[in-house]
Design a protein around this ligand. Structure first.
Ligand code: SAH
Length: 457
Protein backbone atom coordinates (compact mmCIF):
# COMPACT_ATOMS: atom_id res chain seq x y z
CA UNK A 1 0.00 0.00 0.00
CA UNK A 2 1.30 3.43 -0.90
CA UNK A 3 1.77 5.79 2.03
CA UNK A 4 -0.02 9.06 1.53
CA UNK A 5 1.51 12.14 3.15
CA UNK A 6 -1.27 13.47 5.41
CA UNK A 7 -0.49 17.21 5.01
CA UNK A 8 -0.34 19.70 2.16
CA UNK A 9 1.90 22.68 1.68
CA UNK A 10 0.43 26.07 2.72
CA UNK A 11 -2.51 24.46 4.53
CA UNK A 12 -3.04 25.02 8.24
CA UNK A 13 -3.52 22.34 10.89
CA UNK A 14 -4.21 22.40 14.62
CA UNK A 15 -1.65 20.21 16.34
CA UNK A 16 -0.22 19.34 19.72
CA UNK A 17 3.56 19.65 20.24
CA UNK A 18 4.94 16.42 21.67
CA UNK A 19 8.66 16.91 21.76
CA UNK A 20 11.56 19.32 21.21
CA UNK A 21 14.42 18.14 18.99
CA UNK A 22 18.07 18.76 19.71
CA UNK A 23 17.87 21.45 17.05
CA UNK A 24 15.14 23.22 19.08
CA UNK A 25 12.28 22.30 16.73
CA UNK A 26 8.91 21.40 18.23
CA UNK A 27 7.55 18.10 16.92
CA UNK A 28 3.87 17.46 16.16
CA UNK A 29 2.46 14.34 14.54
CA UNK A 30 -0.47 13.76 12.22
CA UNK A 31 -1.12 10.04 11.68
CA UNK A 32 2.41 9.40 12.95
CA UNK A 33 3.87 11.69 10.29
CA UNK A 34 6.10 14.31 12.00
CA UNK A 35 5.97 18.05 11.40
CA UNK A 36 8.88 20.11 12.69
CA UNK A 37 7.89 23.56 13.89
CA UNK A 38 10.32 26.24 15.10
CA UNK A 39 9.29 28.48 18.04
CA UNK A 40 6.89 25.89 19.46
CA UNK A 41 7.20 24.03 22.75
CA UNK A 42 6.18 20.64 24.14
CA UNK A 43 2.66 20.65 25.58
CA UNK A 44 1.51 23.52 23.38
CA UNK A 45 -1.47 23.38 21.08
CA UNK A 46 -0.87 25.47 17.98
CA UNK A 47 -2.12 26.23 14.52
CA UNK A 48 0.67 25.51 12.08
CA UNK A 49 1.01 26.40 8.44
CA UNK A 50 2.95 23.74 6.56
CA UNK A 51 5.84 25.32 4.66
CA UNK A 52 7.63 22.31 3.21
CA UNK A 53 6.51 18.74 2.61
CA UNK A 54 8.92 15.85 2.26
CA UNK A 55 8.35 12.12 2.04
CA UNK A 56 8.98 11.32 5.70
CA UNK A 57 8.33 14.63 7.43
CA UNK A 58 7.30 18.24 6.93
CA UNK A 59 8.19 21.68 8.24
CA UNK A 60 5.65 24.15 9.50
CA UNK A 61 5.55 27.53 11.18
CA UNK A 62 3.51 28.78 14.08
CA UNK A 63 0.43 30.71 12.94
CA UNK A 64 -1.22 30.87 16.33
CA UNK A 65 -0.61 29.46 19.79
CA UNK A 66 -3.89 28.14 21.20
CA UNK A 67 -2.55 26.66 24.43
CA UNK A 68 0.75 28.00 25.72
CA UNK A 69 3.51 26.20 27.57
CA UNK A 70 4.20 27.62 31.05
CA UNK A 71 7.86 27.66 29.93
CA UNK A 72 7.23 30.11 27.08
CA UNK A 73 9.00 33.50 27.08
CA UNK A 74 6.82 36.31 25.74
CA UNK A 75 7.56 39.37 23.68
CA UNK A 76 10.64 38.41 21.67
CA UNK A 77 11.82 40.68 18.87
CA UNK A 78 9.96 39.42 15.76
CA UNK A 79 12.57 40.37 13.17
CA UNK A 80 15.31 38.71 15.18
CA UNK A 81 13.24 35.55 15.60
CA UNK A 82 13.27 35.00 11.82
CA UNK A 83 16.99 34.28 12.00
CA UNK A 84 18.51 31.14 13.40
CA UNK A 85 20.68 32.97 15.93
CA UNK A 86 18.76 32.13 19.08
CA UNK A 87 16.37 29.24 18.41
CA UNK A 88 15.68 28.63 22.11
CA UNK A 89 14.93 32.21 23.13
CA UNK A 90 11.22 31.41 23.49
CA UNK A 91 12.03 28.93 26.28
CA UNK A 92 12.69 30.19 29.84
CA UNK A 93 16.33 29.93 30.85
CA UNK A 94 15.63 27.43 33.65
CA UNK A 95 13.89 25.18 31.12
CA UNK A 96 16.78 25.60 28.65
CA UNK A 97 19.20 24.30 31.29
CA UNK A 98 16.92 21.35 31.98
CA UNK A 99 16.58 20.68 28.22
CA UNK A 100 20.37 20.46 27.89
CA UNK A 101 20.67 18.15 30.88
CA UNK A 102 17.95 15.91 29.43
CA UNK A 103 19.60 15.73 26.03
CA UNK A 104 22.67 14.05 27.50
CA UNK A 105 20.61 11.87 29.84
CA UNK A 106 18.29 10.67 27.05
CA UNK A 107 21.18 9.76 24.77
CA UNK A 108 22.80 7.76 27.58
CA UNK A 109 19.57 5.91 28.29
CA UNK A 110 19.14 5.12 24.61
CA UNK A 111 22.59 3.49 24.59
CA UNK A 112 21.86 1.55 27.81
CA UNK A 113 24.31 3.67 29.77
CA UNK A 114 21.62 4.53 32.36
CA UNK A 115 24.09 4.10 35.20
CA UNK A 116 25.94 7.28 34.19
CA UNK A 117 24.59 10.32 35.97
CA UNK A 118 24.26 13.84 34.63
CA UNK A 119 24.58 16.87 36.93
CA UNK A 120 22.46 20.02 36.67
CA UNK A 121 23.59 22.27 33.83
CA UNK A 122 25.89 25.06 35.02
CA UNK A 123 24.17 28.21 33.71
CA UNK A 124 24.84 31.94 33.51
CA UNK A 125 23.35 34.63 35.76
CA UNK A 126 22.68 36.80 32.71
CA UNK A 127 22.34 34.54 29.68
CA UNK A 128 22.65 37.30 27.05
CA UNK A 129 25.44 39.44 25.59
CA UNK A 130 27.98 36.66 26.07
CA UNK A 131 29.47 36.05 22.62
CA UNK A 132 32.96 37.49 22.18
CA UNK A 133 32.93 36.91 18.41
CA UNK A 134 30.55 37.87 15.61
CA UNK A 135 30.53 36.74 12.00
CA UNK A 136 28.08 38.87 10.13
CA UNK A 137 27.08 38.63 6.47
CA UNK A 138 26.94 41.87 4.47
CA UNK A 139 24.38 42.11 1.66
CA UNK A 140 22.52 44.73 -0.36
CA UNK A 141 18.84 45.26 0.34
CA UNK A 142 16.90 47.86 -1.63
CA UNK A 143 20.11 49.45 -2.80
CA UNK A 144 21.53 49.76 0.72
CA UNK A 145 24.43 47.95 2.39
CA UNK A 146 23.03 46.02 5.36
CA UNK A 147 24.45 43.85 8.15
CA UNK A 148 22.42 41.28 10.02
CA UNK A 149 21.88 37.58 9.78
CA UNK A 150 20.34 35.05 7.42
CA UNK A 151 16.71 34.06 7.75
CA UNK A 152 16.47 30.50 9.04
CA UNK A 153 17.34 27.89 6.38
CA UNK A 154 18.04 30.51 3.75
CA UNK A 155 20.58 33.00 2.52
CA UNK A 156 18.19 35.95 2.70
CA UNK A 157 19.65 38.64 4.92
CA UNK A 158 17.53 40.05 7.73
CA UNK A 159 18.99 43.42 8.81
CA UNK A 160 19.65 43.38 12.57
CA UNK A 161 21.22 45.91 14.90
CA UNK A 162 20.80 44.16 18.23
CA UNK A 163 22.06 40.57 18.23
CA UNK A 164 21.13 40.06 21.93
CA UNK A 165 23.53 37.18 22.56
CA UNK A 166 26.64 39.09 21.47
CA UNK A 167 28.76 41.43 23.56
CA UNK A 168 26.81 44.70 23.04
CA UNK A 169 30.09 46.49 22.28
CA UNK A 170 30.53 44.14 19.30
CA UNK A 171 27.04 45.07 18.09
CA UNK A 172 28.07 48.75 18.20
CA UNK A 173 31.31 48.09 16.32
CA UNK A 174 29.42 46.25 13.56
CA UNK A 175 27.15 49.27 13.05
CA UNK A 176 30.11 51.64 12.93
CA UNK A 177 31.88 49.44 10.36
CA UNK A 178 28.63 49.18 8.38
CA UNK A 179 28.36 52.99 8.31
CA UNK A 180 31.97 53.38 7.15
CA UNK A 181 31.39 50.87 4.33
CA UNK A 182 28.22 52.75 3.34
CA UNK A 183 30.08 56.07 3.36
CA UNK A 184 32.61 54.73 0.82
CA UNK A 185 29.86 52.99 -1.19
CA UNK A 186 31.50 49.58 -1.03
CA UNK A 187 29.47 47.02 -2.96
CA UNK A 188 28.18 44.13 -0.82
CA UNK A 189 28.66 40.58 -2.03
CA UNK A 190 25.95 39.15 -4.27
CA UNK A 191 25.77 35.38 -3.95
CA UNK A 192 23.65 34.71 -7.03
CA UNK A 193 26.17 36.05 -9.53
CA UNK A 194 29.30 35.99 -7.32
CA UNK A 195 29.86 39.75 -7.65
CA UNK A 196 30.39 42.59 -5.21
CA UNK A 197 33.19 43.18 -2.72
CA UNK A 198 32.44 42.83 0.96
CA UNK A 199 31.15 39.41 2.05
CA UNK A 200 31.35 39.37 5.82
CA UNK A 201 32.55 41.24 8.86
CA UNK A 202 34.15 39.37 11.72
CA UNK A 203 34.58 41.10 15.06
CA UNK A 204 36.29 39.59 18.07
CA UNK A 205 36.65 41.26 21.48
CA UNK A 206 38.73 40.17 24.44
CA UNK A 207 36.21 40.52 27.24
CA UNK A 208 38.78 41.02 29.95
CA UNK A 209 41.14 43.31 28.01
CA UNK A 210 38.62 45.18 25.82
CA UNK A 211 40.85 44.72 22.74
CA UNK A 212 38.92 44.48 19.48
CA UNK A 213 39.80 42.86 16.12
CA UNK A 214 37.88 43.64 12.93
CA UNK A 215 38.27 41.39 9.88
CA UNK A 216 36.80 42.49 6.54
CA UNK A 217 36.19 39.42 4.41
CA UNK A 218 36.26 40.47 0.77
CA UNK A 219 35.75 38.62 -2.51
CA UNK A 220 38.58 40.51 -4.20
CA UNK A 221 41.87 41.96 -3.08
CA UNK A 222 41.34 45.43 -4.51
CA UNK A 223 38.87 47.46 -2.49
CA UNK A 224 38.32 51.16 -3.27
CA UNK A 225 39.42 53.52 -0.47
CA UNK A 226 40.78 50.55 1.52
CA UNK A 227 43.32 52.66 3.39
CA UNK A 228 40.76 55.29 4.39
CA UNK A 229 38.32 52.58 5.48
CA UNK A 230 40.95 50.75 7.53
CA UNK A 231 42.04 54.00 9.21
CA UNK A 232 38.48 54.87 10.15
CA UNK A 233 37.85 51.40 11.56
CA UNK A 234 41.12 51.58 13.49
CA UNK A 235 39.95 54.87 15.01
CA UNK A 236 36.94 53.13 16.62
CA UNK A 237 37.46 52.89 20.37
CA UNK A 238 39.59 49.88 21.44
CA UNK A 239 40.09 48.50 17.92
CA UNK A 240 43.71 47.31 17.88
CA UNK A 241 43.64 45.08 14.80
CA UNK A 242 42.16 45.57 11.31
CA UNK A 243 42.62 42.71 8.86
CA UNK A 244 41.46 42.02 5.31
CA UNK A 245 40.79 38.39 4.52
CA UNK A 246 40.33 37.44 0.89
CA UNK A 247 37.78 34.76 0.08
CA UNK A 248 37.32 34.61 -3.69
CA UNK A 249 35.63 31.19 -3.75
CA UNK A 250 31.97 30.36 -4.34
CA UNK A 251 31.59 28.81 -0.91
CA UNK A 252 29.75 28.93 2.38
CA UNK A 253 33.09 28.85 4.21
CA UNK A 254 33.51 32.18 5.91
CA UNK A 255 37.18 32.97 5.51
CA UNK A 256 39.67 32.45 2.75
CA UNK A 257 43.33 31.62 3.27
CA UNK A 258 44.94 34.99 2.66
CA UNK A 259 45.12 37.73 5.30
CA UNK A 260 46.42 41.26 4.84
CA UNK A 261 47.08 43.30 7.94
CA UNK A 262 45.55 46.73 7.27
CA UNK A 263 46.20 48.45 10.57
CA UNK A 264 47.49 47.70 14.08
CA UNK A 265 48.43 44.19 15.24
CA UNK A 266 47.73 40.75 13.85
CA UNK A 267 46.24 39.62 17.16
CA UNK A 268 44.28 40.64 20.20
CA UNK A 269 44.66 39.48 23.80
CA UNK A 270 42.33 38.19 26.44
CA UNK A 271 42.77 36.70 29.88
CA UNK A 272 41.32 33.45 31.22
CA UNK A 273 41.84 32.24 34.80
CA UNK A 274 44.49 34.89 35.31
CA UNK A 275 46.59 33.99 32.26
CA UNK A 276 47.02 36.15 29.21
CA UNK A 277 46.33 34.79 25.73
CA UNK A 278 47.14 36.05 22.28
CA UNK A 279 44.44 35.26 19.69
CA UNK A 280 44.75 35.53 15.92
CA UNK A 281 42.00 35.71 13.31
CA UNK A 282 42.04 32.01 12.39
CA UNK A 283 42.49 30.54 15.86
CA UNK A 284 39.69 28.89 17.75
CA UNK A 285 38.88 30.67 20.99
CA UNK A 286 35.94 29.74 23.23
CA UNK A 287 33.15 32.23 22.55
CA UNK A 288 31.70 32.55 26.06
CA UNK A 289 34.56 33.63 28.35
CA UNK A 290 32.56 33.66 31.59
CA UNK A 291 31.40 30.07 31.11
CA UNK A 292 34.77 28.97 29.71
CA UNK A 293 36.39 29.76 33.04
CA UNK A 294 33.82 27.54 34.76
CA UNK A 295 34.35 24.81 32.15
CA UNK A 296 38.15 24.87 32.48
CA UNK A 297 37.98 24.95 36.29
CA UNK A 298 35.87 21.82 36.16
CA UNK A 299 38.25 20.11 33.74
CA UNK A 300 41.28 21.05 35.89
CA UNK A 301 39.52 19.94 39.04
CA UNK A 302 38.51 16.62 37.53
CA UNK A 303 42.06 15.95 36.33
CA UNK A 304 43.10 15.89 40.06
CA UNK A 305 46.62 17.12 39.33
CA UNK A 306 49.31 17.08 42.03
CA UNK A 307 52.27 18.47 40.11
CA UNK A 308 53.71 15.08 39.14
CA UNK A 309 51.56 14.29 36.11
CA UNK A 310 52.18 14.21 32.39
CA UNK A 311 49.13 15.60 30.61
CA UNK A 312 48.11 15.54 26.94
CA UNK A 313 45.84 18.32 25.68
CA UNK A 314 44.41 16.96 22.43
CA UNK A 315 42.71 19.57 20.18
CA UNK A 316 44.43 22.27 22.21
CA UNK A 317 43.67 25.37 20.11
CA UNK A 318 45.79 28.28 21.39
CA UNK A 319 46.77 26.24 24.45
CA UNK A 320 44.27 27.63 26.95
CA UNK A 321 43.63 24.30 28.71
CA UNK A 322 47.30 23.25 28.45
CA UNK A 323 48.53 26.42 30.13
CA UNK A 324 45.81 26.37 32.79
CA UNK A 325 46.93 22.84 33.70
CA UNK A 326 50.69 23.35 33.31
CA UNK A 327 51.05 25.06 36.69
CA UNK A 328 49.64 21.96 38.37
CA UNK A 329 51.38 19.27 36.28
CA UNK A 330 54.94 18.13 35.54
CA UNK A 331 54.62 18.37 31.78
CA UNK A 332 51.86 19.15 29.28
CA UNK A 333 51.86 18.24 25.57
CA UNK A 334 49.36 19.87 23.21
CA UNK A 335 48.33 19.04 19.64
CA UNK A 336 46.21 21.10 17.26
CA UNK A 337 45.63 21.14 13.50
CA UNK A 338 45.61 24.91 12.89
CA UNK A 339 49.17 26.17 12.62
CA UNK A 340 48.33 29.78 13.56
CA UNK A 341 46.76 28.47 16.78
CA UNK A 342 49.95 26.58 17.69
CA UNK A 343 52.02 29.68 16.96
CA UNK A 344 49.73 31.54 19.39
CA UNK A 345 50.02 28.69 21.91
CA UNK A 346 53.83 28.92 21.95
CA UNK A 347 53.75 32.69 22.48
CA UNK A 348 51.12 32.21 25.18
CA UNK A 349 53.38 29.77 27.04
CA UNK A 350 56.28 32.21 26.87
CA UNK A 351 54.19 35.24 27.89
CA UNK A 352 52.86 33.41 30.94
CA UNK A 353 56.30 32.20 31.96
CA UNK A 354 55.44 28.54 31.45
CA UNK A 355 58.19 26.23 30.22
CA UNK A 356 56.84 22.75 30.90
CA UNK A 357 54.66 22.60 27.77
CA UNK A 358 55.30 21.39 24.23
CA UNK A 359 52.99 22.06 21.30
CA UNK A 360 52.75 20.21 18.00
CA UNK A 361 50.92 21.17 14.81
CA UNK A 362 49.14 18.18 13.34
CA UNK A 363 46.13 15.95 13.18
CA UNK A 364 45.25 14.46 16.56
CA UNK A 365 44.93 11.08 14.82
CA UNK A 366 48.58 11.16 13.64
CA UNK A 367 50.18 12.85 16.63
CA UNK A 368 48.54 10.55 19.19
CA UNK A 369 49.80 7.53 17.27
CA UNK A 370 53.27 9.07 17.17
CA UNK A 371 53.31 9.81 20.90
CA UNK A 372 52.09 6.32 21.64
CA UNK A 373 54.79 4.75 19.44
CA UNK A 374 57.42 6.93 21.09
CA UNK A 375 56.38 5.44 24.42
CA UNK A 376 54.86 8.54 25.99
CA UNK A 377 52.98 7.61 29.18
CA UNK A 378 50.52 10.35 30.10
CA UNK A 379 48.67 10.23 33.43
CA UNK A 380 45.82 12.35 32.11
CA UNK A 381 44.57 12.85 28.55
CA UNK A 382 42.30 15.87 27.97
CA UNK A 383 40.33 15.84 24.72
CA UNK A 384 38.25 18.75 23.40
CA UNK A 385 37.29 17.69 19.86
CA UNK A 386 35.04 19.46 17.35
CA UNK A 387 31.41 18.33 16.93
CA UNK A 388 32.24 15.13 15.12
CA UNK A 389 33.92 13.82 18.26
CA UNK A 390 36.92 11.51 18.46
CA UNK A 391 38.25 9.51 15.57
CA UNK A 392 38.39 5.83 16.53
CA UNK A 393 42.18 5.89 16.14
CA UNK A 394 42.49 8.66 18.76
CA UNK A 395 40.59 6.47 21.23
CA UNK A 396 42.80 3.48 20.35
CA UNK A 397 46.03 5.44 20.83
CA UNK A 398 44.74 6.90 24.10
CA UNK A 399 43.87 3.47 25.48
CA UNK A 400 47.27 2.08 24.43
CA UNK A 401 49.00 4.87 26.36
CA UNK A 402 47.08 3.68 29.42
CA UNK A 403 46.30 7.00 31.21
CA UNK A 404 44.55 6.88 34.58
CA UNK A 405 42.06 9.49 33.43
CA UNK A 406 40.58 10.89 30.27
CA UNK A 407 38.88 14.26 30.68
CA UNK A 408 36.47 14.66 27.78
CA UNK A 409 35.27 18.21 27.02
CA UNK A 410 32.47 17.81 24.49
CA UNK A 411 30.36 20.17 22.39
CA UNK A 412 28.13 17.42 21.00
CA UNK A 413 26.40 14.91 23.31
CA UNK A 414 25.68 12.47 20.45
CA UNK A 415 29.36 11.91 19.64
CA UNK A 416 30.26 12.08 23.35
CA UNK A 417 27.96 9.16 24.16
CA UNK A 418 29.22 7.23 21.13
CA UNK A 419 32.82 7.74 22.32
CA UNK A 420 32.03 6.89 25.97
CA UNK A 421 30.75 3.52 24.72
CA UNK A 422 34.01 2.89 22.86
CA UNK A 423 36.07 3.80 25.93
CA UNK A 424 33.92 1.55 28.12
CA UNK A 425 34.54 -1.36 25.75
CA UNK A 426 38.25 -0.80 26.29
CA UNK A 427 38.31 -0.73 30.07
CA UNK A 428 37.35 2.81 31.06
CA UNK A 429 34.36 3.82 33.20
CA UNK A 430 32.48 6.99 34.05
CA UNK A 431 32.11 7.19 37.84
CA UNK A 432 31.27 10.87 38.37
CA UNK A 433 28.27 12.64 36.89
CA UNK A 434 28.76 14.32 33.51
CA UNK A 435 28.58 18.09 34.03
CA UNK A 436 26.87 20.16 31.31
CA UNK A 437 28.10 23.77 31.18
CA UNK A 438 25.95 26.21 29.23
CA UNK A 439 28.34 27.90 26.81
CA UNK A 440 25.60 28.88 24.35
CA UNK A 441 22.48 30.25 26.10
CA UNK A 442 19.40 30.74 23.86
CA UNK A 443 20.71 28.07 21.49
CA UNK A 444 20.38 24.28 21.72
CA UNK A 445 24.15 23.62 21.83
CA UNK A 446 25.29 21.46 24.74
CA UNK A 447 28.81 21.53 26.18
CA UNK A 448 29.90 19.17 28.94
CA UNK A 449 32.78 17.66 30.91
CA UNK A 450 33.09 13.91 31.45
CA UNK A 451 35.78 11.97 33.27
CA UNK A 452 36.65 8.47 32.16
CA UNK A 453 38.75 6.47 34.60
CA UNK A 454 40.71 3.31 34.13
CA UNK A 455 38.54 0.53 35.48
CA UNK A 456 40.54 -1.13 38.25
CA UNK A 457 37.90 -3.72 39.19
N1 SAH B 1 40.77 23.23 23.69
C1 SAH B 1 40.70 24.45 22.90
C2 SAH B 1 40.12 24.25 21.51
C3 SAH B 1 38.89 23.38 21.39
S1 SAH B 1 38.02 23.48 19.85
C4 SAH B 1 39.96 25.51 23.66
O1 SAH B 1 39.29 25.24 24.66
O2 SAH B 1 40.03 26.68 23.25
C5 SAH B 1 38.63 22.17 18.91
C6 SAH B 1 39.96 22.42 18.26
O3 SAH B 1 40.28 21.25 17.52
C7 SAH B 1 40.01 23.57 17.27
O4 SAH B 1 41.06 24.42 17.63
C8 SAH B 1 40.29 22.88 15.92
O5 SAH B 1 41.13 23.66 15.07
C9 SAH B 1 40.99 21.62 16.35
N2 SAH B 1 40.91 20.45 15.45
C10 SAH B 1 39.90 20.09 14.63
N3 SAH B 1 40.17 18.91 14.04
C11 SAH B 1 41.38 18.51 14.50
C12 SAH B 1 42.20 17.35 14.27
N4 SAH B 1 41.81 16.37 13.45
N5 SAH B 1 43.37 17.28 14.92
C13 SAH B 1 43.76 18.24 15.77
N6 SAH B 1 43.04 19.35 16.03
C14 SAH B 1 41.86 19.49 15.40
Amino acid sequence: MKFKVPVEKNKTYTVKIEDLTYQAMGVAKIDNYPIFIADSLPGEEIVTKVTKVLKNFAFGRVEKVIKESPDRVQGNDKTYTQTGIAPLQHLTYAAQLKFKHNQIKNLLVKQHLDNIEVADTVGMDKPFGYRNKAQIPVREIKGKLETGFFKRNSHTLVPIENFYIQDPIIDEVILKVRNILREYQIKPYDETNHKGIIRNIMVRRGKNTGEIMVVLITRVRKVPYLKEIADKIFAINDVVSVIQNINSEKTNALMGKEDILLNGNKNIHDTLLGQKFIISAHSFYQINPEQTEKLYKLAIDKASLTGKETVLDVYCGIGTISLSMAKKAKKVYGVEIVKEAIADAKINAFNNGIDNVEFEVGKAEDQMKKWQEEGLKPDVVVVDPPRKGLDGSVIDSTVKMNPKKVVYVSCNPATLVRDIEKFEEQGYVVNDPIVPVDQFPQTPHVESVTVLEKNIN
